[in-house]
Ligand binder design. Structure first.
Ligand SMILES: Cc1cc2nc3c(=O)[nH]c(=O)nc-3n(C[C@H](O)[C@H](O)[C@H](O)COP(=O)(O)OP(=O)(O)OC[C@H]3O[C@@H](n4cnc5c(N)ncnc54)[C@H](O)[C@@H]3O)c2cc1C
Length: 434
């Protein structure tokens, strides 16, 4: 990795200090540095990609935004198998690859090198502690924790130090410290997820297996997926309604006829939270309190139903860099506000996140496995499968529009007993906004 990772923090003010060296932070840093901004990225983890909190499933649209080198795309996926607790599995497949399973540490390391090559400086082991506007010069005063000499609670930390910037970018995930320091909106609703990377398990290299079971994963699902030569075995659900690690142990039986998990060896354990409350509104400020912009999970740019946040983070951050450079370097006031107004129209990100919001609304109403079974009865029909295939494997995000909602409404309308008039009302509302 680039030598700039260990270089110091300079006393001269930066144009932007980016908090968080993951998908949103590195995407922003690279694009901002390319536009001539002097950028410092601070990351609290000791190394980029050291703590992986994501499965790393990439929608194929990611390749429209970042030209991810082939070596970081471990598996290409074109088949999904949904497994209800008691009904037969529903399998859908397509000719073209729709998802890729990424080597996340490798991809983030490569993104960091790209950002450094364009002139950004990255400091790991450097948490943001506080940020506020300094009275006399209007700059942001950023308090950074010093790097530690090891890991764990016994490690000694160098003293905190101050850096200055014209703007602070909060790309620091679902529980953003930047949002907290600057009084911006904060995510309130979450799914909790846990995943094990496991050896000694043979799974098909092009298929995702998903189990929806209210007891195992309330509000979401458990999954088994190929991850290069090994497999990813995970679960996510409503944060306070279940214990992810315990569910993972129990979920092994649910995949028994897909793969033999009895001899698996866990090589890595991951855990994290997924924001499910939708896009946050107040994600930017430029006033006496401070100048800051939130990106990625910190801004709620994450699919509330699927938990897919990598593509929105990459896209929104890249576009934000142009606006921030206009405002900070060109003095064009209002450029960031204009970006925020335009963002929902970029690659139809807004309608897509609305679809995810609606699906989350429906998933949150699954109160038992009887509800799950009713949903599967719909999805298992010929038409249900066609819609599933269309949704999950064929339709690009830029084509997910009101017509797409119409398809869903047609199917659900034929089974009014499932959700009744409340669902139809919600669909009408969302269709009208899409
Ligand atoms: C279990 C799980 C599985 C998931 N699977 C997928 C998937 O397959 N596909 C998909 O698209 N999405 C998935 N997601 C969601 C996806 O991981 C996120 O939407 C995405 O990582 C958001 O990127 P980000 O850059 O905004 O934030 P993050 O990736 O969360 O990165 C935030 C960074 O900020 C750093 N940071 C935090 N606080 C500070 C601080 N005070 N100072 C300095 N640094 C700080 C963190 O260490 C981290 O590196 C999953 C999430 C979870 C929890």
């Amino acid at each position: 990795m680039s030598s700039t990772l260990s270089s110091g923090v300079s006393d001269a003010p930066y144009d932007a200090i980016v908090v968080g060296a993951s998908f949103a932070g590195l995407s922003f840093a690279s694009a901002a540095a390319a536009r001539g901004m002097r950028v410092l990225v601070v990351e609290r983890d000791a190394a980029i990609g050291r703590v992986v909190r994501t499965t790393g499933v990439l929608f194929s649209e990611v390749l429209d935004v970042v030209d991810v080198p082939r070596r970081y795309l471990l598996n290409s996926v074109r088949q999904v198998e949904l497994r209800p607790p008691t009904q037969p599995p529903i399998s859908i497949a397509a000719g073209a690859y729709r998802f890729f399973m990424a080597d996340v540490p490798g991809m983030l390391g490569w993104m960091a090198d790209e950002a450094c090559a364009r002139g950004a400086t990255i400091r790991c082991g450097t948490p943001l502690l506080d940020a506020s506007r300094e009275g006399e010069n209007g700059l942001m005063r950023v308090l950074l924790g010093g790097p530690s000499d090891g890991e764990g609670s016994g490690a000694a930390r160098a003293p905190a130090r101050v850096a200055h910037a014209r703007i602070v970018i909060g790309a620091d995930g679902a529980r953003s410290r930047v949002a907290e320091c600057l009084g911006l909106d904060r995510n309130q609703r979450f799914l909790a997820g846990a995943e094990w990377l496991v050896e000694n398990v043979a799974v098909d290299r092009e298929t995702f297996y998903l189990v929806m079971d209210h007891e195992l994963a309330p509000g979401y699902c458990a999954w088994l997926a190929p991850h290069g030569e090994i497999a990813a075995f995970g679960v996510a659900g409503h944060a306070r309604a279940f214990k992810p690690a315990e569910s993972l142990r129990r979920a092994q039986a649910a995949f028994a006829d897909v793969a033999d998990l009895s001899g698996m060896r866990v090589v890595q354990r991951k855990a994290g939270i997924i924001p499910t409350g939708g896009r946050l509104r107040h994600v930017h400020r430029d006033d006496a309190r401070g100048r800051a912009l939130l990106l990625g999970d910190a801004a709620g740019h994450c699919g509330a139903a699927t938990g897919g946040g990598i593509y929105p983070a990459l896209l929104a951050a890249k576009l934000a860099a142009h606006a921030v450079a206009n405002e900070v370097l060109n003095g064009q006031s209002g450029a960031v506000s204009a970006y925020l107004r335009a963002l929902p129209h970029a690659n139809r990100l807004g309608p897509y996140l609305q679809i995810e919001d609606w699906l989350r609304w429906a998933l949150d109403r699954m109160g038992s496995n009887a509800d799950v079974a009713a949903l599967y009865a719909l999805l298992g029909s010929q038409e249900g499968k066609r819609i599933l295939r269309h949704t999950l494997l064929e339709t690009p995000i830029i084509s997910m529009d009101g017509g797409f909602f119409g398809l869903l409404r047609d199917v659900l309308g034929r089974h009014p007993s499932l959700y009744g008039s409340a669902v139809r009302a919600a669909l009408r509302r969302v269709t009208a906004r899409a």
